[in-house]
Design a protein around this ligand. Structure first.
Ligand code: FEO
Length: 132
């Protein structure tokens, strides 16, 4: 069973942002499945690397949208993105060096972060882009 499921409650109503979020959820599931299947740390590190790369490109896209729209919450939203990238890259370094392992706690963190950020900051952004 998937650890986190894409569902309509996560839809913010912006085609590109929603498509990216769906892909991010799928990557978290891929990582979870790899961990559950007992795949080696090299495989998990590769998937985590893909997740980080996709997350960065998604954040850049949103930040470009915010900048283009003159969004007042840009700095705060960007800081949330930067903190997540920093935390996950820090974790990957520890995974690569063998001083950390994938745990349910990491998935809980990713699931909570994604849900809270999408339903809070991203939804607010899309509402602003729509001129609400
Ligand atoms: Fe969809 Fe602000 O990340």
């Amino acid at each position: 069973m998937a650890y986190i499921e894409w569902n309509d409650s996560l839809v913010v109503g912006h085609a590109k942002i929603d498509a990216d979020h769906k892909k991010l959820v799928a990557l978290v599931c891929r990582l979870y499945d790899a961990m559950q299947a007992g795949k080696g740390s090299a495989v998990c590190a590769q998937i985590l690397g893909d997740l980080i790369a996709y997350t960065k490109s998604h954040f850049e896209m949103e930040e470009a949208l915010m900048a283009a729209a003159g969004y007042a919450g840009l700095a705060e939203h960007k800081a949330q993105h930067a903190k997540l990238v920093h935390d996950v890259m820090d974790f990957k370094q520890r995974l690569d060096s063998g001083s950390a392992a994938l745990t349910i706690a990491l998935f809980k963190f990713l699931k909570d972060w994604l849900s809270n950020h999408i339903l809070g900051s991203d939804r607010k952004l899309v509402e602003a882009l729509r001129g609400k």
